[in-house]
Write a protein that binds this ligand. Sequence first.
Ligand SMILES: Cc1cc2nc3c(=O)[nH]c(=O)nc-3n(C[C@H](O)[C@H](O)[C@H](O)COP(=O)(O)O)c2cc1C
Length: 326
Amino acid sequence: MDLIKPLKIGKLKIDFPAVQAPMAGITHSPFRMLVANYYNPGLFFSEMLSAKSVLFEDFNQSIYLKCIDTSIERPIAYQIFASDKESAFLAAQRLNKEDYIDVVDFNLSCPAPEIAKKRKAGAFLLSDLNLSLSILKSVKKALIKPFTVKVRIGMKEDKGFIRELVAVVEEAEVDAITVHPRLIKQKLKGKSKWEYIAFIKDIAKMPVIGNGDVKSKEDFFKMIEETGCDGVMIGRAAVQKPWIFGQIKGQIFDINAGFLVELYARMLELYTSFFPPEKVLGRIKEFTWYFSKNLKFGHHFASKVQASKSVEEIHSFYFETIKNCF
Ligand SMILES: Cc1cc2nc3c(=O)[nH]c(=O)nc-3n(C[C@H](O)[C@H](O)[C@H](O)COP(=O)(O)O)c2cc1C
Protein backbone atom coordinates (compact mmCIF):
# COMPACT_ATOMS: atom_id res chain seq x y z
CA MET A 1 0.00 0.00 0.00
CA ASP A 2 1.31 3.46 -0.88
CA LEU A 3 1.34 5.40 2.39
CA ILE A 4 2.44 8.64 0.74
CA LYS A 5 -0.78 10.43 -0.18
CA PRO A 6 -1.19 14.15 -0.92
CA LEU A 7 -1.92 16.35 2.08
CA LYS A 8 -4.59 19.00 1.52
CA ILE A 9 -4.45 22.15 3.61
CA GLY A 10 -7.35 24.25 2.40
CA LYS A 11 -6.62 25.11 -1.21
CA LEU A 12 -2.97 24.00 -0.94
CA LYS A 13 -2.24 20.47 -2.15
CA ILE A 14 1.05 19.01 -0.95
CA ASP A 15 2.16 15.87 -2.76
CA PHE A 16 4.80 14.89 -0.21
CA PRO A 17 3.14 14.87 3.26
CA ALA A 18 6.38 15.34 5.24
CA VAL A 19 6.46 18.64 7.10
CA GLN A 20 9.49 20.36 8.62
CA ALA A 21 8.62 21.41 12.19
CA PRO A 22 8.84 25.02 13.39
CA MET A 23 11.75 25.38 15.82
CA ALA A 24 12.71 28.68 17.43
CA GLY A 25 16.37 29.53 16.89
CA ILE A 26 16.74 26.79 14.28
CA THR A 27 14.29 26.91 11.35
CA HIS A 28 15.43 30.21 9.86
CA SER A 29 16.09 30.67 6.17
CA PRO A 30 19.72 29.36 6.09
CA PHE A 31 18.57 26.15 7.78
CA ARG A 32 15.77 25.73 5.24
CA MET A 33 18.27 26.29 2.42
CA LEU A 34 20.54 23.65 3.94
CA VAL A 35 17.65 21.15 3.98
CA ALA A 36 16.76 22.11 0.40
CA ASN A 37 20.31 21.17 -0.61
CA TYR A 38 19.24 17.54 -0.13
CA TYR A 39 15.46 17.32 -0.56
CA ASN A 40 12.59 19.68 0.22
CA PRO A 41 9.96 18.65 2.75
CA GLY A 42 6.39 18.94 1.48
CA LEU A 43 6.05 22.02 3.69
CA PHE A 44 8.69 24.25 5.28
CA PHE A 45 8.09 26.22 8.47
CA SER A 46 9.43 29.49 9.83
CA GLU A 47 10.50 29.86 13.44
CA MET A 48 7.73 30.86 15.84
CA LEU A 49 7.10 34.59 15.40
CA SER A 50 5.55 37.02 17.83
CA ALA A 51 2.61 38.95 16.43
CA LYS A 52 4.64 42.12 17.18
CA SER A 53 7.66 41.04 15.14
CA VAL A 54 5.40 40.33 12.18
CA LEU A 55 3.84 43.79 12.46
CA PHE A 56 6.89 45.92 13.06
CA GLU A 57 9.86 44.19 11.44
CA ASP A 58 10.93 44.49 7.83
CA PHE A 59 10.27 41.33 5.82
CA ASN A 60 13.34 42.03 3.67
CA GLN A 61 15.66 42.61 6.64
CA SER A 62 14.52 40.62 9.67
CA ILE A 63 16.46 37.40 10.22
CA TYR A 64 13.21 35.86 11.48
CA LEU A 65 11.05 36.88 8.54
CA LYS A 66 13.16 36.97 5.42
CA CYS A 67 13.83 34.13 2.99
CA ILE A 68 17.07 33.75 1.06
CA ASP A 69 15.20 32.30 -1.90
CA THR A 70 11.40 32.30 -2.02
CA SER A 71 11.46 30.01 -5.03
CA ILE A 72 13.29 27.29 -3.06
CA GLU A 73 11.91 27.55 0.49
CA ARG A 74 8.41 26.62 -0.65
CA PRO A 75 5.72 25.90 0.16
CA ILE A 76 6.17 27.56 3.53
CA ALA A 77 4.08 28.10 6.68
CA TYR A 78 4.77 31.04 8.98
CA GLN A 79 3.91 30.34 12.61
CA ILE A 80 2.70 33.07 14.94
CA PHE A 81 1.89 33.25 18.61
CA ALA A 82 -0.26 35.84 20.36
CA SER A 83 -2.27 36.18 23.54
CA ASP A 84 -5.06 38.41 22.28
CA LYS A 85 -7.30 38.48 19.26
CA GLU A 86 -6.42 42.01 18.13
CA SER A 87 -2.70 41.41 17.67
CA ALA A 88 -3.35 37.93 16.24
CA PHE A 89 -5.70 39.49 13.67
CA LEU A 90 -3.23 42.19 12.65
CA ALA A 91 -0.32 39.74 12.38
CA ALA A 92 -2.37 37.33 10.26
CA GLN A 93 -3.51 40.20 8.06
CA ARG A 94 0.13 41.22 7.54
CA LEU A 95 1.23 37.67 6.67
CA ASN A 96 -1.69 37.35 4.31
CA LYS A 97 -0.18 40.16 2.20
CA GLU A 98 3.05 38.29 1.37
CA ASP A 99 2.61 36.27 -1.80
CA TYR A 100 5.31 33.73 -0.98
CA ILE A 101 3.78 32.69 2.35
CA ASP A 102 1.58 29.68 1.66
CA VAL A 103 0.11 28.86 5.09
CA VAL A 104 -0.36 30.70 8.38
CA ASP A 105 -0.02 28.58 11.52
CA PHE A 106 -1.08 29.53 15.04
CA ASN A 107 0.79 28.15 18.04
CA LEU A 108 -1.27 26.53 20.81
CA SER A 109 1.58 24.31 21.93
CA CYS A 110 4.67 26.14 23.18
CA PRO A 111 5.27 25.35 26.90
CA ALA A 112 8.37 27.59 27.32
CA PRO A 113 7.86 29.85 30.38
CA GLU A 114 8.83 32.92 28.34
CA ILE A 115 5.81 32.28 26.07
CA ALA A 116 3.29 30.32 28.17
CA LYS A 117 3.78 31.97 31.59
CA LYS A 118 5.11 35.42 30.83
CA ARG A 119 3.22 36.18 27.65
CA LYS A 120 0.16 33.99 28.30
CA ALA A 121 0.39 32.57 24.77
CA GLY A 122 1.32 29.19 23.22
CA ALA A 123 0.28 26.27 25.44
CA PHE A 124 -1.22 28.67 28.00
CA LEU A 125 -4.16 29.13 25.65
CA LEU A 126 -5.10 25.47 26.14
CA SER A 127 -6.22 26.45 29.65
CA ASP A 128 -8.79 28.87 28.21
CA LEU A 129 -10.56 27.43 25.20
CA ASN A 130 -13.01 30.36 24.98
CA LEU A 131 -10.09 32.74 24.55
CA SER A 132 -8.47 30.31 22.08
CA LEU A 133 -11.65 30.23 20.03
CA SER A 134 -11.92 34.00 19.85
CA ILE A 135 -8.26 34.32 18.82
CA LEU A 136 -8.49 31.58 16.19
CA LYS A 137 -11.67 33.09 14.76
CA SER A 138 -9.99 36.47 14.41
CA VAL A 139 -6.98 34.89 12.65
CA LYS A 140 -9.38 33.14 10.29
CA LYS A 141 -11.17 36.43 9.59
CA ALA A 142 -7.87 38.02 8.55
CA LEU A 143 -6.83 35.23 6.20
CA ILE A 144 -7.42 34.16 2.65
CA LYS A 145 -4.44 31.82 2.91
CA PRO A 146 -4.74 28.29 4.37
CA PHE A 147 -4.76 28.26 8.16
CA THR A 148 -3.34 25.61 10.51
CA VAL A 149 -2.82 25.24 14.25
CA LYS A 150 -0.29 23.26 16.24
CA VAL A 151 -1.45 21.81 19.56
CA ARG A 152 -0.31 19.72 22.48
CA ILE A 153 -2.83 17.48 24.21
CA GLY A 154 -3.26 19.64 27.31
CA MET A 155 -2.60 19.57 31.04
CA LYS A 156 -3.47 15.91 31.61
CA GLU A 157 -4.57 12.91 29.57
CA ASP A 158 -8.24 13.73 29.11
CA LYS A 159 -10.10 12.71 25.97
CA GLY A 160 -13.05 14.93 26.93
CA PHE A 161 -10.76 17.95 26.85
CA ILE A 162 -9.27 16.86 23.53
CA ARG A 163 -12.77 16.59 22.02
CA GLU A 164 -13.47 20.17 23.18
CA LEU A 165 -10.17 21.36 21.73
CA VAL A 166 -10.89 19.76 18.35
CA ALA A 167 -14.40 21.27 18.38
CA VAL A 168 -12.90 24.73 19.00
CA VAL A 169 -10.40 24.31 16.18
CA GLU A 170 -13.18 23.15 13.84
CA GLU A 171 -15.48 25.98 14.83
CA ALA A 172 -12.71 28.41 13.87
CA GLU A 173 -12.60 26.75 10.40
CA VAL A 174 -8.96 25.80 10.64
CA ASP A 175 -7.77 23.86 7.56
CA ALA A 176 -5.46 21.35 9.30
CA ILE A 177 -4.25 20.56 12.81
CA THR A 178 -0.76 19.46 13.86
CA VAL A 179 -0.79 17.29 16.96
CA HIS A 180 2.29 17.05 19.16
CA PRO A 181 0.82 14.58 21.65
CA ARG A 182 2.77 15.42 24.75
CA LEU A 183 1.33 17.03 27.86
CA ILE A 184 2.34 20.64 28.44
CA LYS A 185 4.42 19.75 31.49
CA GLN A 186 6.36 17.11 29.54
CA LYS A 187 8.06 19.73 27.37
CA LEU A 188 10.13 17.33 25.21
CA LYS A 189 10.50 14.60 27.86
CA GLY A 190 8.99 11.13 27.77
CA LYS A 191 7.50 9.65 24.65
CA SER A 192 5.20 11.29 22.16
CA LYS A 193 1.81 9.61 22.81
CA TRP A 194 0.93 8.66 19.23
CA GLU A 195 -2.36 7.08 20.33
CA TYR A 196 -3.73 10.63 20.70
CA ILE A 197 -2.85 11.40 17.08
CA ALA A 198 -4.99 8.37 16.13
CA PHE A 199 -7.75 9.58 18.50
CA ILE A 200 -7.80 13.05 16.95
CA LYS A 201 -7.69 11.60 13.45
CA ASP A 202 -10.78 9.60 14.39
CA ILE A 203 -12.82 12.56 15.63
CA ALA A 204 -11.58 15.44 13.44
CA LYS A 205 -12.97 16.27 10.01
CA MET A 206 -9.88 18.24 8.97
CA PRO A 207 -6.49 16.73 7.99
CA VAL A 208 -4.27 15.77 10.91
CA ILE A 209 -0.48 16.14 10.90
CA GLY A 210 1.20 13.91 13.50
CA ASN A 211 4.37 14.97 15.31
CA GLY A 212 6.82 13.71 17.87
CA ASP A 213 9.79 11.35 17.94
CA VAL A 214 9.95 10.61 14.21
CA LYS A 215 13.65 9.93 13.81
CA SER A 216 13.87 7.97 10.56
CA LYS A 217 12.17 6.95 7.35
CA GLU A 218 10.82 3.88 9.19
CA ASP A 219 9.27 6.06 11.92
CA PHE A 220 7.64 8.24 9.26
CA PHE A 221 5.78 5.29 7.76
CA LYS A 222 5.09 3.76 11.17
CA MET A 223 3.36 6.94 12.34
CA ILE A 224 1.10 6.98 9.27
CA GLU A 225 0.33 3.28 9.67
CA GLU A 226 -0.34 3.43 13.40
CA THR A 227 -2.32 6.65 13.54
CA GLY A 228 -3.81 7.13 10.06
CA CYS A 229 -2.50 10.72 10.08
CA ASP A 230 -2.49 12.70 6.83
CA GLY A 231 0.93 14.23 7.29
CA VAL A 232 4.01 13.79 9.47
CA MET A 233 5.97 16.67 10.99
CA ILE A 234 9.66 16.17 11.75
CA GLY A 235 11.64 18.43 14.07
CA ARG A 236 14.85 17.46 15.80
CA ALA A 237 15.70 14.62 13.42
CA ALA A 238 15.67 17.07 10.50
CA VAL A 239 18.30 19.18 12.27
CA GLN A 240 20.49 16.18 12.98
CA LYS A 241 19.93 14.83 9.45
CA PRO A 242 18.94 17.59 7.06
CA TRP A 243 18.82 14.93 4.34
CA ILE A 244 16.00 12.97 6.06
CA PHE A 245 13.26 14.15 3.68
CA GLY A 246 15.23 12.73 0.73
CA GLN A 247 15.59 9.40 2.54
CA ILE A 248 11.84 9.26 3.12
CA LYS A 249 11.35 9.87 -0.60
CA GLY A 250 13.60 6.87 -1.34
CA GLN A 251 16.87 8.60 -2.12
CA ILE A 252 20.04 6.88 -0.98
CA PHE A 253 22.72 8.96 0.75
CA ASP A 254 26.16 7.62 1.50
CA ILE A 255 26.65 9.07 4.98
CA ASN A 256 30.39 9.10 5.43
CA ALA A 257 32.85 11.54 7.00
CA GLY A 258 33.23 13.49 3.74
CA PHE A 259 29.45 13.88 3.40
CA LEU A 260 29.18 15.28 6.94
CA VAL A 261 32.16 17.62 6.49
CA GLU A 262 30.61 18.97 3.31
CA LEU A 263 27.24 19.45 5.01
CA TYR A 264 28.83 21.29 7.93
CA ALA A 265 30.87 23.49 5.57
CA ARG A 266 27.72 24.39 3.63
CA MET A 267 25.95 25.22 6.90
CA LEU A 268 28.82 27.53 7.94
CA GLU A 269 28.71 29.27 4.59
CA LEU A 270 24.92 29.76 4.63
CA TYR A 271 24.78 30.89 8.26
CA THR A 272 27.78 33.23 8.00
CA SER A 273 26.51 35.00 4.93
CA PHE A 274 23.00 35.47 6.41
CA PHE A 275 23.34 36.37 10.07
CA PRO A 276 24.90 39.51 11.51
CA PRO A 277 28.16 38.83 13.41
CA GLU A 278 26.53 39.03 16.86
CA LYS A 279 23.99 36.33 15.99
CA VAL A 280 25.86 33.87 13.79
CA LEU A 281 27.82 32.00 16.46
CA GLY A 282 24.70 31.30 18.54
CA ARG A 283 22.85 29.87 15.56
CA ILE A 284 25.82 27.67 14.58
CA LYS A 285 26.00 26.35 18.15
CA GLU A 286 22.25 25.54 18.20
CA PHE A 287 22.56 23.58 14.95
CA THR A 288 25.69 21.78 16.12
CA TRP A 289 23.98 20.24 19.22
CA TYR A 290 21.79 18.21 16.89
CA PHE A 291 24.29 17.64 14.07
CA SER A 292 26.93 16.24 16.43
CA LYS A 293 24.65 13.26 17.17
CA ASN A 294 25.82 11.88 13.80
CA LEU A 295 29.34 11.49 15.19
CA LYS A 296 30.97 9.03 17.55
CA PHE A 297 31.84 10.95 20.69
CA GLY A 298 29.90 13.79 19.06
CA HIS A 299 29.78 15.64 22.37
CA HIS A 300 33.53 16.35 21.95
CA PHE A 301 32.80 18.15 18.72
CA ALA A 302 29.71 19.88 20.17
CA SER A 303 31.66 21.04 23.25
CA LYS A 304 34.51 22.39 21.12
CA VAL A 305 32.03 24.36 19.05
CA GLN A 306 30.19 25.59 22.17
CA ALA A 307 33.51 26.86 23.57
CA SER A 308 34.47 28.65 20.36
CA LYS A 309 34.71 32.42 20.43
CA SER A 310 34.46 32.99 16.68
CA VAL A 311 33.41 31.34 13.43
CA GLU A 312 37.10 31.44 12.38
CA GLU A 313 37.94 29.28 15.38
CA ILE A 314 35.36 26.67 14.26
CA HIS A 315 36.86 26.79 10.77
CA SER A 316 40.24 25.89 12.26
CA PHE A 317 39.11 22.49 13.57
CA TYR A 318 35.75 21.30 12.19
CA PHE A 319 37.20 19.44 9.21
CA GLU A 320 39.67 17.34 11.22
CA THR A 321 37.36 16.80 14.20
CA ILE A 322 34.41 15.61 12.12
CA LYS A 323 36.71 13.24 10.18
CA ASN A 324 38.21 11.89 13.40
CA CYS A 325 34.86 11.51 15.18
CA PHE A 326 33.05 9.68 12.40
C1 LIG B 1 14.86 23.81 19.79
C2 LIG B 1 13.39 23.63 19.57
C3 LIG B 1 12.60 24.73 19.29
C4 LIG B 1 11.23 24.57 19.07
N1 LIG B 1 10.48 25.65 18.75
C5 LIG B 1 9.16 25.49 18.42
C6 LIG B 1 8.39 26.59 17.91
O1 LIG B 1 8.89 27.69 17.74
N2 LIG B 1 7.09 26.36 17.60
C7 LIG B 1 6.51 25.13 17.76
O2 LIG B 1 5.33 24.96 17.47
N3 LIG B 1 7.21 24.08 18.23
C8 LIG B 1 8.52 24.24 18.53
N4 LIG B 1 9.26 23.16 18.92
C9 LIG B 1 8.62 21.83 18.98
C10 LIG B 1 8.78 21.11 17.63
O3 LIG B 1 8.13 21.79 16.59
C11 LIG B 1 8.22 19.67 17.75
O4 LIG B 1 6.86 19.76 18.10
C12 LIG B 1 8.96 18.84 18.79
O5 LIG B 1 10.36 19.00 18.68
C13 LIG B 1 8.61 17.34 18.63
O6 LIG B 1 8.95 16.88 17.36
P1 LIG B 1 10.31 16.03 17.07
O7 LIG B 1 10.29 14.87 18.01
O8 LIG B 1 10.20 15.64 15.63
O9 LIG B 1 11.46 16.94 17.37
C14 LIG B 1 10.63 23.29 19.17
C15 LIG B 1 11.44 22.18 19.46
C16 LIG B 1 12.80 22.34 19.65
C17 LIG B 1 13.64 21.12 19.94
